[in-house]
Write a protein that binds this ligand. Structure first.
Ligand code: SF4
Length: 350
């Protein structure tokens, strides 16, 4: 098990539930816009939010943002150690730095001292472009080189007596990212922030993130995650939760399983499944609903669900806990299913 750190009051690692993060994409110095975006992120289930701090104005804006933000705030720092220090002094709940672009060791030490004074953790976030020359010469431009680069920074911060760390090693490419994290998880027990960096627009970015993050989570690796998409930050959070659900790490939702349809399909599977999904999208209880297109395979496969339907020629079968309870005219499947869903939800809430 990894060590546990706290970002304000949210634990990362040590067996705590895996948290979902995102980043604002409005100027940090625009406090009103930042807080509005943070509120939207919170409403879709974001646990921790990160903000870029490129200049002094942004660092000073953190004071008001952290005072009012409903989520813990991470200051993302590149190149300028002074921004890290100012962020720590202005209420940031965590710093994200890449020590290799912060400058020499004395500057890194000043950042560490500021984090110690503020009592906040640091994420060492290494990426492919910042691997030291000697490590590239030794290991090539490989995931191992990046993991070793991260460990080198860990050793530096430990030499300053700082252990309140989270690590990330995001490589360009899904396979390399997974390999880098697997390596890191074998050799250290700091909590890991996982994700596939610059995954792209949703069409491929979601697939890359699902494979990379999903593979790691199925290995038991990862304590907090961010899905990086060229999209609205809220969608990163929604997608992060979907990945957690798909790998079985989150069960507080209604899962709709539906068949892919084929020549046997006897009812409007796609229309009904879409309407059911819309109906239950905000329900936070574990429930499984099956929408299957025929009775040949549908009943058997759908029986693993709490409730469901299997389409017939004019009438379809409604089942509950694996037992057929009724046949319904095809025109009224959704309405009847909706009543049953309502009953099930009430039962589960009791
Ligand atoms: S459940 Fe029936 S209709 Fe749906 S894909 Fe399977 S065989 Fe086809």
């Amino acid at each position: 098990m990894t060590k546990q750190i706290l970002v304000k009051d949210i634990p990362i690692g040590g067996g705590a539930p895996i948290t979902v993060q995102s980043m604002t994409n409005v100027p940090t110095k625009d406090v009103t816009a930042c807080l509005a975006q943070i509120e939207r992120l919170k409403n879709v289930g974001c646990d921790i939010v990160r903000l870029s701090v490129p200049d002094r104005e942004s660092a000073f804006a953190l004071r008001e943002i952290t005072d009012q933000s409903p989520l813990p705030v991470v200051a993302d720092i590149h190149n300028d150690y002074k921004m890290a220090i100012l962020s720590a002094e202005n209420g940031a709940h965590k710093l994200r730095i890449n020590p290799s672009n912060i400058g020499n060791q004395s500057k890194v030490r000043l950042v560490v001292d500021a984090a110690k004074d503020a009592g906040i953790p640091i994420r060492i976030g290494v990426n492919g472009g910042s691997i030291e020359k000697d490590l590239v010469e030794k290991y090539g431009y490989t995931p191992k080189a990046m993991a070793e680069s991260c460990l080198k920074s860990v050793a530096l911060l430990e030499s300053f007596g700082f252990y309140d760390l989270v690590l990330s090693v995001k490589f360009a490419g899904v396979a390399q990212t997974v390999e880098a994290y697997r390596y890191l998880s074998r050799v250290c027990d700091y909590p890991l922030h996982i994700g596939v960096t610059e995954a792209g627009t949703p069409s491929m970015g979601e697939v890359k993130s699902a494979i990379g993050i999903g593979a790691l989570l199925l290995d038991g690796i990862g304590d907090t995650l961010r899905v990086s998409l060229t999209d609205k930050p809220e969608n990163e959070v929604i997608y992060g939760h979907r990945i957690l659900r798909a790998v079985g790490l989150k069960s507080d939702y209604v899962e709709v399983i539906s068949c892919p349809t084929c020549a046997r399909t006897a009812c409007d599977v796609q229309g009904i499944a879409n309407r059911v999904e819309e109906l239950v999208k905000n329900i936070r209880i574990p429930l499984k609903i099956a929408v299957m297109g025929c009775t040949v395979n549908g009943v058997g496969e759908g029986k693993q669900a709490d409730i469901g339907i299997a389409g017939g020629k004019n009438k379809s079968i409604l089942f509950e806990n694996g037992n057929v309870i009724e046949t319904v005219e095809n025109d009224f499947i959704f309405e009847r299913l909706a009543l049953l869903i309502d009953k099930k939800i009430k039962e589960k809430r009791q």
